[in-house]
Ligand binder design. Structure first.
Ligand SMILES: CCCCCCCCCCCCCC(=O)SCCNC(=O)CCNC(=O)[C@H](O)C(C)(C)COP(=O)(O)OP(=O)(O)OC[C@H]1O[C@@H](n2cnc3c(N)ncnc32)[C@H](O)[C@@H]1OP(=O)(O)O
Length: 155
């Protein structure tokens, strides 16, 4: 695949170890998210070991894709609203305050999933993101994430 300039490529190395989105985690999903107009999109192809019921994807995988797609979307939306480049300082880094997932249909383990996000609200340090997961033309899951700007004293 050609190199893409994904949101996650702008996370500094010291916060790039997240299992879902960190480029520095060799065991993780290493998702890559980009703008598509006012929406954001991540493309991810599950592996056979992501199985729940044979032939279908594990719900925890779906939830983690929605989670990290949405926190990345939150960060990118804040930079876009401020008219700032994603490498500029001070950094907007988001963690998950709340993750809600509705599993609408079984998600097949056969090919690429398309994860799409839309910003529902930006208020102060909080961004609410609605995200869907689709296999072909079937939407198999829908999520809502409340992403909150990471406090200085996180932990
Ligand atoms: C993995 C970590 C590395 C980080 C790297 C970063 C870059 C990579 C990204 C990787 C990330 C990958 C993803 C991961 O895996 S991130 C890992 C999983 N998440 C966490 O560990 C987060 C743990 N929680 C906290 O640190 C705090 O509770 C946070 C920071 C979330 C909020 O505590 P804080 O004291 O700072 O916030 P506030 O009270 O001033 O509230 C502010 C606003 O937010 C609203 N709100 C708050 N909580 C909730 C909730 N549960 N539901 C609904 N809304 C909530 C609140 O109502 C208010 O809105 P409003 O009332 O004004 O409208």
């Amino acid at each position: 695949m050609d190199a893409i300039d994904a949101f996650q490529d702008h996370y500094p190395d010291n916060v790039a170890h997240c299992y879902g989105c960190g480029s520095q985690n060799p065991h993780g999903h290493q998702i890559k998210t980009v703008w598509d107009g006012d929406e954001t999109v991540t493309r991810f192809t599950p592996e056979p070991y992501h199985t729940s019921v044979p032939g279908y994807a594990y719900g925890g995988l779906i939830a983690s894709l929605i989670d990290c797609h949405s926190t990345g979307t939150a960060a990118a939306a804040m930079y876009r609203q401020a008219g700032r480049d994603m490498d500029s300082l001070p950094a907007f880094r988001f963690v998950t305050g709340s993750l809600h997932v509705d599993f609408l249909k079984p998600t097949p383990l056969a090919g690429e999933l398309v994860i799409r996000g839309r910003v529902k609200e930006i208020k102060g340090r909080k961004v609410v993101v609605e995200t869907t997961v689709s296999a072909g033309d079937v939407t198999t899951a829908r999520g809502e994430v409340v992403a909150v700007q990471m406090p200085e004293n996180f932990g």
